[in-house]
Design a protein around this ligand. Structure first.
Ligand code: SF4
Ligand code: SF4
Length: 448
Protein backbone atom coordinates (compact mmCIF):
# COMPACT_ATOMS: atom_id res chain seq x y z
CA UNK A 1 0.00 0.00 0.00
CA UNK A 2 1.59 3.22 -1.08
CA UNK A 3 1.13 6.08 1.33
CA UNK A 4 2.46 9.57 1.43
CA UNK A 5 2.03 9.80 5.18
CA UNK A 6 5.71 10.02 6.00
CA UNK A 7 6.33 12.97 3.72
CA UNK A 8 5.82 16.11 5.81
CA UNK A 9 6.39 18.27 2.73
CA UNK A 10 2.93 17.30 1.55
CA UNK A 11 1.50 19.19 4.51
CA UNK A 12 0.51 22.67 3.55
CA UNK A 13 2.05 25.51 5.49
CA UNK A 14 -0.53 28.02 6.59
CA UNK A 15 0.87 31.47 5.80
CA UNK A 16 -1.14 33.56 8.23
CA UNK A 17 -1.36 31.15 11.14
CA UNK A 18 0.99 33.38 13.14
CA UNK A 19 -1.64 36.12 13.08
CA UNK A 20 -3.86 33.83 15.10
CA UNK A 21 -1.47 32.12 17.40
CA UNK A 22 1.06 34.86 17.99
CA UNK A 23 4.70 34.98 17.02
CA UNK A 24 5.89 32.86 19.89
CA UNK A 25 3.92 29.79 18.92
CA UNK A 26 4.27 26.94 18.33
CA UNK A 27 5.79 26.39 21.73
CA UNK A 28 6.22 22.65 21.32
CA UNK A 29 5.49 19.96 23.82
CA UNK A 30 8.40 20.90 26.05
CA UNK A 31 7.08 24.37 26.62
CA UNK A 32 3.36 24.17 26.22
CA UNK A 33 1.26 27.22 26.54
CA UNK A 34 -2.05 28.44 25.25
CA UNK A 35 -2.66 31.07 22.64
CA UNK A 36 -0.77 34.30 23.20
CA UNK A 37 -3.77 36.20 21.86
CA UNK A 38 -6.22 35.12 24.57
CA UNK A 39 -8.73 35.39 25.95
CA UNK A 40 -10.35 34.00 22.83
CA UNK A 41 -14.00 34.60 22.11
CA UNK A 42 -14.46 32.05 19.35
CA UNK A 43 -12.74 28.84 18.30
CA UNK A 44 -13.84 27.11 15.11
CA UNK A 45 -14.19 23.34 14.94
CA UNK A 46 -13.84 21.83 11.46
CA UNK A 47 -15.26 18.31 11.25
CA UNK A 48 -14.02 16.30 8.27
CA UNK A 49 -15.33 12.78 7.64
CA UNK A 50 -13.45 10.12 5.73
CA UNK A 51 -14.36 6.43 5.52
CA UNK A 52 -16.99 6.65 8.21
CA UNK A 53 -20.55 5.70 9.09
CA UNK A 54 -21.22 8.99 10.97
CA UNK A 55 -21.66 6.96 14.16
CA UNK A 56 -19.12 9.15 15.96
CA UNK A 57 -21.19 12.23 15.08
CA UNK A 58 -24.28 10.54 16.50
CA UNK A 59 -22.39 9.58 19.66
CA UNK A 60 -21.13 13.13 20.20
CA UNK A 61 -24.60 14.61 19.93
CA UNK A 62 -25.52 12.47 22.96
CA UNK A 63 -22.75 13.91 25.13
CA UNK A 64 -23.92 15.55 28.34
CA UNK A 65 -20.85 16.56 30.27
CA UNK A 66 -20.28 18.94 28.64
CA UNK A 67 -22.90 18.80 25.91
CA UNK A 68 -22.33 19.98 22.36
CA UNK A 69 -24.95 22.65 22.99
CA UNK A 70 -22.95 24.06 25.92
CA UNK A 71 -19.80 24.22 23.82
CA UNK A 72 -21.64 25.91 20.95
CA UNK A 73 -23.43 28.39 23.17
CA UNK A 74 -20.24 29.27 25.04
CA UNK A 75 -21.95 28.82 28.40
CA UNK A 76 -19.02 27.14 30.12
CA UNK A 77 -17.32 29.85 32.20
CA UNK A 78 -13.99 30.93 30.77
CA UNK A 79 -14.26 28.91 27.58
CA UNK A 80 -14.55 30.47 24.14
CA UNK A 81 -17.62 29.73 22.07
CA UNK A 82 -17.13 26.86 19.61
CA UNK A 83 -18.31 27.36 16.04
CA UNK A 84 -18.93 23.92 14.56
CA UNK A 85 -18.58 23.30 10.83
CA UNK A 86 -20.04 19.81 10.43
CA UNK A 87 -21.11 18.23 7.12
CA UNK A 88 -24.17 16.63 8.74
CA UNK A 89 -25.10 18.91 11.62
CA UNK A 90 -24.49 22.37 10.16
CA UNK A 91 -27.55 24.20 8.89
CA UNK A 92 -25.73 25.79 5.95
CA UNK A 93 -24.89 23.81 2.83
CA UNK A 94 -23.08 24.12 -0.48
CA UNK A 95 -20.68 27.00 -1.11
CA UNK A 96 -21.80 28.85 2.02
CA UNK A 97 -20.87 25.86 4.18
CA UNK A 98 -17.51 25.37 2.47
CA UNK A 99 -16.49 29.05 2.71
CA UNK A 100 -14.95 28.78 6.18
CA UNK A 101 -13.10 25.57 5.27
CA UNK A 102 -11.43 27.37 2.38
CA UNK A 103 -10.63 30.40 4.54
CA UNK A 104 -8.97 28.14 7.12
CA UNK A 105 -7.03 26.30 4.42
CA UNK A 106 -5.69 29.64 3.17
CA UNK A 107 -4.84 30.78 6.70
CA UNK A 108 -7.41 33.58 6.45
CA UNK A 109 -9.94 32.45 9.04
CA UNK A 110 -8.74 35.02 11.57
CA UNK A 111 -9.48 32.74 14.52
CA UNK A 112 -8.01 29.52 15.84
CA UNK A 113 -9.55 26.22 14.89
CA UNK A 114 -9.57 22.62 15.97
CA UNK A 115 -9.62 19.96 13.26
CA UNK A 116 -11.68 16.84 13.97
CA UNK A 117 -11.36 13.78 11.74
CA UNK A 118 -14.01 11.08 11.77
CA UNK A 119 -13.46 7.89 9.77
CA UNK A 120 -10.38 6.26 8.31
CA UNK A 121 -8.14 7.93 5.77
CA UNK A 122 -8.25 6.23 2.38
CA UNK A 123 -5.08 5.82 0.37
CA UNK A 124 -6.17 7.99 -2.54
CA UNK A 125 -3.28 10.46 -2.59
CA UNK A 126 -1.55 8.00 -4.90
CA UNK A 127 -4.18 8.71 -7.55
CA UNK A 128 -3.29 11.39 -10.08
CA UNK A 129 -4.95 14.68 -9.17
CA UNK A 130 -8.54 14.97 -10.38
CA UNK A 131 -8.70 11.34 -11.35
CA UNK A 132 -10.19 9.55 -8.39
CA UNK A 133 -11.09 9.61 -4.74
CA UNK A 134 -12.68 7.49 -2.05
CA UNK A 135 -14.13 10.22 0.15
CA UNK A 136 -14.63 13.89 -0.63
CA UNK A 137 -16.22 17.11 0.59
CA UNK A 138 -17.02 20.06 -1.65
CA UNK A 139 -15.79 20.37 -5.21
CA UNK A 140 -13.92 22.65 -7.55
CA UNK A 141 -10.42 22.44 -6.15
CA UNK A 142 -8.77 24.82 -3.70
CA UNK A 143 -8.04 27.66 -6.06
CA UNK A 144 -10.67 30.41 -5.52
CA UNK A 145 -10.92 31.10 -9.24
CA UNK A 146 -11.01 27.46 -10.24
CA UNK A 147 -13.91 26.47 -12.44
CA UNK A 148 -13.37 22.76 -11.99
CA UNK A 149 -16.10 20.52 -10.71
CA UNK A 150 -14.11 17.60 -9.36
CA UNK A 151 -14.85 16.60 -5.75
CA UNK A 152 -12.23 17.73 -3.23
CA UNK A 153 -10.69 14.67 -1.62
CA UNK A 154 -10.95 14.50 2.15
CA UNK A 155 -7.28 13.61 2.20
CA UNK A 156 -6.53 16.97 0.60
CA UNK A 157 -8.59 18.70 3.27
CA UNK A 158 -6.57 16.92 5.94
CA UNK A 159 -3.30 17.99 4.37
CA UNK A 160 -4.46 21.59 4.10
CA UNK A 161 -6.13 22.00 7.48
CA UNK A 162 -3.99 19.91 9.83
CA UNK A 163 -0.88 22.17 9.90
CA UNK A 164 -2.79 25.29 10.88
CA UNK A 165 -5.02 23.63 13.47
CA UNK A 166 -4.51 24.51 17.12
CA UNK A 167 -5.15 20.82 17.74
CA UNK A 168 -6.12 17.87 15.56
CA UNK A 169 -8.42 15.29 17.07
CA UNK A 170 -9.11 11.86 15.59
CA UNK A 171 -12.47 10.64 16.83
CA UNK A 172 -13.54 7.01 16.70
CA UNK A 173 -11.60 3.85 16.02
CA UNK A 174 -11.59 4.35 12.25
CA UNK A 175 -9.75 7.68 12.53
CA UNK A 176 -7.55 6.65 15.45
CA UNK A 177 -6.42 3.18 14.36
CA UNK A 178 -8.00 2.45 10.96
CA UNK A 179 -10.97 0.50 12.29
CA UNK A 180 -13.47 -1.35 10.13
CA UNK A 181 -12.55 0.32 6.79
CA UNK A 182 -8.96 -0.85 7.34
CA UNK A 183 -9.95 -4.42 8.25
CA UNK A 184 -8.84 -7.46 6.29
CA UNK A 185 -10.16 -7.39 2.76
CA UNK A 186 -10.46 -3.60 2.40
CA UNK A 187 -9.69 -2.29 -1.05
CA UNK A 188 -9.19 1.37 -0.16
CA UNK A 189 -5.91 1.07 1.71
CA UNK A 190 -7.61 2.83 4.61
CA UNK A 191 -5.48 3.78 7.58
CA UNK A 192 -5.50 5.88 10.71
CA UNK A 193 -4.89 9.61 10.77
CA UNK A 194 -1.64 8.94 12.64
CA UNK A 195 -0.49 6.59 9.87
CA UNK A 196 -1.41 9.17 7.26
CA UNK A 197 0.23 12.25 8.80
CA UNK A 198 3.16 10.39 10.30
CA UNK A 199 4.82 10.62 13.66
CA UNK A 200 6.39 14.01 12.99
CA UNK A 201 3.07 15.79 12.69
CA UNK A 202 2.42 18.56 15.19
CA UNK A 203 -0.41 21.06 15.24
CA UNK A 204 0.27 24.79 15.06
CA UNK A 205 0.58 24.75 18.86
CA UNK A 206 2.93 21.79 18.81
CA UNK A 207 0.39 19.16 19.84
CA UNK A 208 0.52 15.67 18.25
CA UNK A 209 -2.71 14.04 17.09
CA UNK A 210 -5.16 13.45 19.92
CA UNK A 211 -6.85 10.06 19.62
CA UNK A 212 -10.29 9.31 21.07
CA UNK A 213 -11.13 5.76 20.00
CA UNK A 214 -14.37 3.79 20.19
CA UNK A 215 -16.81 2.31 17.72
CA UNK A 216 -18.72 4.42 18.42
CA UNK A 217 -16.83 6.40 21.09
CA UNK A 218 -18.42 7.64 24.28
CA UNK A 219 -19.59 11.15 23.32
CA UNK A 220 -18.52 12.63 26.64
CA UNK A 221 -14.96 11.42 26.08
CA UNK A 222 -14.81 13.72 23.07
CA UNK A 223 -16.53 16.82 24.46
CA UNK A 224 -14.53 16.56 27.68
CA UNK A 225 -11.26 16.59 25.71
CA UNK A 226 -12.44 19.45 23.50
CA UNK A 227 -13.31 21.44 26.62
CA UNK A 228 -9.85 20.64 28.03
CA UNK A 229 -8.19 21.76 24.80
CA UNK A 230 -10.23 24.98 24.76
CA UNK A 231 -9.15 25.63 28.32
CA UNK A 232 -5.56 25.09 27.24
CA UNK A 233 -6.02 27.42 24.27
CA UNK A 234 -7.49 30.00 26.59
CA UNK A 235 -4.46 29.76 28.84
CA UNK A 236 -6.66 28.57 31.72
CA UNK A 237 -5.19 25.12 32.10
CA UNK A 238 -2.40 22.79 31.05
CA UNK A 239 -2.58 20.55 28.03
CA UNK A 240 -4.62 17.50 29.07
CA UNK A 241 -2.51 14.40 29.72
CA UNK A 242 -2.26 11.90 26.88
CA UNK A 243 -0.79 8.40 26.85
CA UNK A 244 1.79 6.93 24.49
CA UNK A 245 -0.84 6.49 21.76
CA UNK A 246 -2.26 9.99 22.12
CA UNK A 247 -5.35 8.85 24.07
CA UNK A 248 -6.59 10.99 26.96
CA UNK A 249 -4.80 9.02 29.66
CA UNK A 250 -7.45 9.42 32.34
CA UNK A 251 -10.07 7.96 30.00
CA UNK A 252 -8.17 4.93 28.69
CA UNK A 253 -5.90 3.92 31.55
CA UNK A 254 -8.16 1.31 33.09
CA UNK A 255 -9.47 -1.90 31.58
CA UNK A 256 -13.15 -2.55 31.01
CA UNK A 257 -12.97 -5.46 33.43
CA UNK A 258 -11.80 -3.42 36.43
CA UNK A 259 -14.98 -1.37 36.48
CA UNK A 260 -17.38 -3.86 34.95
CA UNK A 261 -20.73 -4.37 36.61
CA UNK A 262 -20.14 -8.12 36.22
CA UNK A 263 -16.62 -8.19 37.69
CA UNK A 264 -17.96 -9.68 40.93
CA UNK A 265 -19.30 -12.69 39.03
CA UNK A 266 -15.88 -13.21 37.48
CA UNK A 267 -14.25 -13.09 40.88
CA UNK A 268 -16.72 -15.63 42.25
CA UNK A 269 -16.18 -17.87 39.24
CA UNK A 270 -19.66 -17.77 37.75
CA UNK A 271 -19.93 -17.32 34.00
CA UNK A 272 -22.69 -16.75 31.49
CA UNK A 273 -23.45 -19.55 29.06
CA UNK A 274 -25.54 -17.34 26.80
CA UNK A 275 -25.19 -13.59 26.01
CA UNK A 276 -28.45 -12.81 27.84
CA UNK A 277 -27.30 -14.36 31.13
CA UNK A 278 -26.47 -12.07 34.03
CA UNK A 279 -23.04 -13.46 34.94
CA UNK A 280 -19.59 -12.58 33.59
CA UNK A 281 -19.51 -12.79 29.79
CA UNK A 282 -15.94 -13.99 29.27
CA UNK A 283 -17.04 -17.43 28.08
CA UNK A 284 -19.21 -15.84 25.42
CA UNK A 285 -16.38 -13.75 24.04
CA UNK A 286 -15.67 -10.83 26.38
CA UNK A 287 -12.23 -9.25 25.96
CA UNK A 288 -12.82 -6.78 28.82
CA UNK A 289 -9.87 -7.93 30.98
CA UNK A 290 -7.37 -6.64 28.39
CA UNK A 291 -9.27 -3.81 26.73
CA UNK A 292 -8.79 -0.16 27.67
CA UNK A 293 -12.13 1.60 27.67
CA UNK A 294 -14.08 3.63 30.23
CA UNK A 295 -17.64 2.84 29.18
CA UNK A 296 -18.06 0.75 32.33
CA UNK A 297 -17.39 3.89 34.40
CA UNK A 298 -19.03 6.47 32.22
CA UNK A 299 -21.91 4.63 30.55
CA UNK A 300 -22.88 5.19 26.94
CA UNK A 301 -24.95 8.34 27.38
CA UNK A 302 -25.44 10.42 30.51
CA UNK A 303 -23.96 7.69 32.71
CA UNK A 304 -26.50 5.15 31.49
CA UNK A 305 -26.10 2.01 29.42
CA UNK A 306 -22.82 0.64 28.19
CA UNK A 307 -21.92 -2.75 26.81
CA UNK A 308 -22.08 -5.05 29.85
CA UNK A 309 -24.98 -3.16 31.39
CA UNK A 310 -26.90 -3.84 28.18
CA UNK A 311 -25.79 -7.48 28.09
CA UNK A 312 -23.02 -7.22 25.51
CA UNK A 313 -19.57 -8.74 25.70
CA UNK A 314 -16.60 -6.46 25.02
CA UNK A 315 -15.35 -6.90 21.47
CA UNK A 316 -12.44 -4.48 21.91
CA UNK A 317 -13.83 -1.67 19.78
CA UNK A 318 -11.54 0.99 21.29
CA UNK A 319 -8.35 -0.92 20.61
CA UNK A 320 -5.77 -0.70 17.84
CA UNK A 321 -6.32 -3.72 15.61
CA UNK A 322 -10.09 -3.77 16.03
CA UNK A 323 -11.88 -5.62 14.49
CA UNK A 324 -9.43 -8.20 13.13
CA UNK A 325 -7.42 -8.73 16.32
CA UNK A 326 -10.59 -9.40 18.33
CA UNK A 327 -12.29 -11.65 15.78
CA UNK A 328 -14.13 -13.93 15.72
CA UNK A 329 -16.57 -12.10 17.97
CA UNK A 330 -18.45 -13.97 20.69
CA UNK A 331 -15.81 -16.67 20.99
CA UNK A 332 -13.98 -16.94 24.32
CA UNK A 333 -10.51 -15.32 24.11
CA UNK A 334 -7.82 -18.03 24.40
CA UNK A 335 -6.29 -16.41 27.51
CA UNK A 336 -9.57 -16.60 29.36
CA UNK A 337 -9.22 -20.37 29.76
CA UNK A 338 -6.36 -19.96 32.24
CA UNK A 339 -7.73 -16.99 34.20
CA UNK A 340 -11.28 -18.35 34.06
CA UNK A 341 -10.21 -21.76 35.39
CA UNK A 342 -8.36 -20.14 38.30
CA UNK A 343 -11.36 -17.97 39.01
CA UNK A 344 -13.70 -21.00 38.91
CA UNK A 345 -11.53 -22.84 41.42
CA UNK A 346 -10.99 -20.06 43.93
CA UNK A 347 -14.37 -18.49 43.29
CA UNK A 348 -16.28 -21.63 44.24
CA UNK A 349 -14.95 -21.51 47.82
CA UNK A 350 -15.23 -17.74 48.16
CA UNK A 351 -18.77 -17.82 46.85
CA UNK A 352 -19.94 -20.38 49.45
CA UNK A 353 -18.33 -18.51 52.34
CA UNK A 354 -19.93 -15.28 51.22
CA UNK A 355 -23.39 -16.83 50.92
CA UNK A 356 -23.05 -18.06 54.50
CA UNK A 357 -22.05 -14.62 55.76
CA UNK A 358 -24.81 -13.11 53.71
CA UNK A 359 -27.38 -15.36 55.37
CA UNK A 360 -26.16 -14.23 58.79
CA UNK A 361 -26.08 -10.56 57.84
CA UNK A 362 -29.59 -10.58 56.45
CA UNK A 363 -31.09 -10.70 59.95
CA UNK A 364 -31.52 -8.05 62.65
CA UNK A 365 -30.21 -8.79 66.16
CA UNK A 366 -33.84 -8.95 67.38
CA UNK A 367 -34.65 -11.63 64.82
CA UNK A 368 -31.55 -13.53 65.87
CA UNK A 369 -32.60 -13.40 69.52
CA UNK A 370 -36.22 -14.32 69.00
CA UNK A 371 -35.78 -16.61 66.02
CA UNK A 372 -38.70 -14.87 64.39
CA UNK A 373 -38.73 -12.79 61.23
CA UNK A 374 -42.06 -10.93 61.15
CA UNK A 375 -42.75 -10.78 57.43
CA UNK A 376 -44.78 -13.16 55.31
CA UNK A 377 -41.82 -13.36 52.93
CA UNK A 378 -39.83 -14.87 55.77
CA UNK A 379 -41.83 -18.06 55.42
CA UNK A 380 -39.52 -18.74 52.54
CA UNK A 381 -36.47 -17.82 54.62
CA UNK A 382 -34.74 -20.88 55.93
CA UNK A 383 -33.19 -20.84 59.37
CA UNK A 384 -29.40 -20.61 59.37
CA UNK A 385 -27.86 -24.06 59.19
CA UNK A 386 -25.63 -25.38 61.94
CA UNK A 387 -22.54 -24.84 59.75
CA UNK A 388 -23.69 -21.32 59.04
CA UNK A 389 -24.17 -20.57 62.72
CA UNK A 390 -20.72 -21.89 63.55
CA UNK A 391 -19.24 -19.80 60.75
CA UNK A 392 -21.17 -16.77 62.05
CA UNK A 393 -19.87 -17.35 65.55
CA UNK A 394 -16.24 -17.25 64.50
CA UNK A 395 -16.87 -14.48 62.01
CA UNK A 396 -18.22 -12.22 64.73
CA UNK A 397 -15.38 -13.12 67.06
CA UNK A 398 -12.99 -11.79 64.44
CA UNK A 399 -15.23 -8.89 63.52
CA UNK A 400 -15.45 -7.52 67.05
CA UNK A 401 -11.91 -8.41 68.03
CA UNK A 402 -10.39 -5.35 69.71
CA UNK A 403 -13.70 -3.54 69.71
CA UNK A 404 -16.95 -3.53 71.68
CA UNK A 405 -18.66 -6.87 71.10
CA UNK A 406 -22.06 -5.67 69.98
CA UNK A 407 -23.17 -9.23 69.35
CA UNK A 408 -22.69 -9.97 73.04
CA UNK A 409 -24.46 -6.76 74.05
CA UNK A 410 -27.35 -7.62 71.78
CA UNK A 411 -27.79 -10.96 73.47
CA UNK A 412 -28.40 -9.21 76.78
CA UNK A 413 -31.10 -6.95 75.38
CA UNK A 414 -34.60 -7.39 76.86
CA UNK A 415 -36.61 -9.75 74.72
CA UNK A 416 -40.29 -9.25 74.09
CA UNK A 417 -42.51 -12.01 75.44
CA UNK A 418 -44.27 -12.07 72.16
CA UNK A 419 -43.53 -10.69 68.73
CA UNK A 420 -47.17 -9.70 68.36
CA UNK A 421 -46.48 -6.10 69.38
CA UNK A 422 -49.73 -4.66 68.06
CA UNK A 423 -51.89 -7.39 69.58
CA UNK A 424 -50.22 -6.99 72.94
CA UNK A 425 -50.79 -3.25 72.90
CA UNK A 426 -47.98 -2.31 75.21
CA UNK A 427 -44.23 -2.55 75.56
CA UNK A 428 -44.24 -3.22 79.26
CA UNK A 429 -44.07 -6.99 79.21
CA UNK A 430 -40.36 -7.27 78.54
CA UNK A 431 -38.21 -9.81 80.20
CA UNK A 432 -34.50 -9.98 80.42
CA UNK A 433 -32.98 -12.62 78.27
CA UNK A 434 -31.77 -15.52 80.30
CA UNK A 435 -29.33 -17.74 78.47
CA UNK A 436 -30.34 -21.36 78.61
CA UNK A 437 -33.94 -20.64 79.58
CA UNK A 438 -35.76 -19.85 76.37
CA UNK A 439 -39.33 -18.82 76.99
CA UNK A 440 -41.97 -17.56 74.67
CA UNK A 441 -40.25 -15.40 72.09
CA UNK A 442 -36.93 -15.71 73.86
CA UNK A 443 -35.18 -18.15 71.60
CA UNK A 444 -31.70 -17.01 70.63
CA UNK A 445 -29.52 -18.11 67.74
CA UNK A 446 -26.43 -18.20 69.87
CA UNK A 447 -23.89 -18.49 67.15
CA UNK A 448 -25.32 -16.04 64.65
S1 SF4 B 1 -18.19 -9.37 31.40
FE1 SF4 B 1 -16.11 -9.00 30.56
S2 SF4 B 1 -15.41 -7.12 31.52
FE2 SF4 B 1 -17.18 -7.85 32.69
S3 SF4 B 1 -16.31 -9.11 34.34
FE3 SF4 B 1 -16.71 -10.49 32.65
S4 SF4 B 1 -14.78 -10.56 31.49
FE4 SF4 B 1 -14.70 -8.77 32.82
S1 SF4 C 1 -16.66 -2.24 26.47
FE1 SF4 C 1 -15.53 -3.06 24.70
S2 SF4 C 1 -17.06 -3.20 23.04
FE2 SF4 C 1 -17.90 -1.85 24.64
S3 SF4 C 1 -17.31 0.24 24.02
FE3 SF4 C 1 -15.70 -0.48 25.39
S4 SF4 C 1 -14.16 -1.41 24.05
FE4 SF4 C 1 -16.04 -1.20 22.85
Amino acid sequence: MATTSQDPKRLQTVPNAGDVFGDETPLGLGNLGGSTDGPLEVVHVFWVAGMSCDGCSVAVTGATNPSVEELLAGTIPGLPRAVLHHPVLSVSAGAGFMKSFHAAARGELGAPYVLVIEGSIPDDQAFPSDSGYYSAMGAGGFDPISEGDQPNRMTDWVLKLAPGAAATVAIGTCATWGGIPAAAGNVTGSMSLTDFLGQDYRSALGVPIVNIPGCAPVGDNFTEVVAGLLMFLQGLGPLPEFDELGRPSWQFKETVHRHCVRAGYYEEGTFAEMPGDQECLVDVGCWGPVVQCNITERGAINHMGGCMVAGGACIGCTMPGFPDKFAPFYKAPPGSFVSGSISRTTGAGIRRLRRMSQANMNRTPLWDRTGHVPTPFAKQMSQPSRVSRIEGFFYKKLQYNGSADLDKVNKTQPNPKTMDFLGRGSHQELERYTPGAPGEGAHVEETT
